[in-house]
Write a protein that binds this ligand. Structure first.
Ligand SMILES: Nc1ncnc2c1ncn2[C@@H]1O[C@H](COP(=O)(O)OP(=O)(O)OP(=O)(O)O)[C@@H](O)[C@H]1O
Ligand SMILES: [Mg+2]
Length: 228
């Protein structure tokens, strides 16, 4: 699903910071992977190379068979349609309802009304928020808002779901509910890659852990924990 082949990422500008160095990593279809490491280790950079928000300075990033760094601009939507992304700060549209937030991307990509009426409730059901569909985001708890963001990310049925510190703004209980939802989505077949600082979450899940430090993979462990 994801293959990093000798990938380095250098941010040019003052200091010329090397955010990733010679990263080689494979993530298979259906895997659940935590990416951990101290602040500045390169976790977000790793995810942004998958989404083509950044291009590698060296090496190749292959996602679902596409050479992401070499994609022509007009082929980028093809990549993005197969990706769901969730962020720490939810990024919901505050003047729209839960339903409208989840339906929005389907509407702009021209999905039929009939399909929207089928898919939106299914996505809300999957994150346990069917009964909140008419609420506005600010009427929800942080954990609920993040679950709306997850519903929005999965409503187009991507093969791959990326989450960049999705529990960073949440208390431990809400964090658990969010990770439980990600886990269930993974059980249904979606590949999930989650960058996180949440030691408790990582330790309780015992999934694959890829640890970055200073832009290098320093550990890649099946059934791993947050620390070595
Ligand atoms: N757009 C950018 N321009 C220049 N340097 C950048 C840019 N984005 C990130 N960096 C640098 O690259 C390094 C890796 O950043 P990155 O955001 O990937 O780390 P991270 O592991 O996600 O950290 P955090 O846990 O704080 O989110 C950092 O030193 C950062 O300052
Ligand atoms: Mg980050």
């Amino acid at each position: 699903m994801i293959s990093f082949q000798n990938v380095s990422k250098l941010y040019r500008g003052k200091g010329n910071h090397t955010a990733l160095q010679n990263v080689n990593l494979q993530v298979g279809k259906g895997e659940f992977v935590f990416v951990v490491g101290p602040s500045g280790a390169g976790k977000s950079t790793f995810l942004r190379l998958v989404t083509r928000e950044e291009v590698p300075s060296q090496g190749r990033v292959i996602v679902g068979g596409l050479d992401v760094g070499a994609l022509r601009p007009r082929d980028i939507p093809h990549l993005r349609r197969n990706l769901g992304v969730v962020f720490q700060d939810f990024k919901l549209l505050l003047n729209k309802t839960v339903w409208e937030n989840v339906a929005f991307t389907l509407q702009v990509t021209g999905v039929s009304r009939r399909d929207i009426l089928r898919r939106v409730p299914a996505a809300l059901e999957q994150v346990g928020l069917r009964q909140k569909q008419d609420a506005k985001p600010l009427q929800l708890s942080g954990g609920e808002q993040q679950r709306v963001a997850i519903a929005r990310a999965i409503v187009s049925r991507p093969a791959l779901l990326l989450a960049d510190e999705p529990t960073g703004n949440l208390d431990p209980e809400a964090a658990k509910s969010v990770v439980r939802v990600l886990w269930e989505i993974n059980r249904w077949g979606t590949t999930v890659v989650m960058a996180t600082h949440a030691q408790g979450v990582v330790d309780s899940m015992r999934q694959r852990v890829v640890a970055l430090e200073d832009g290098r993979v320093v550990r890649d462990q099946l059934q791993g924990a947050y620390g070595a």
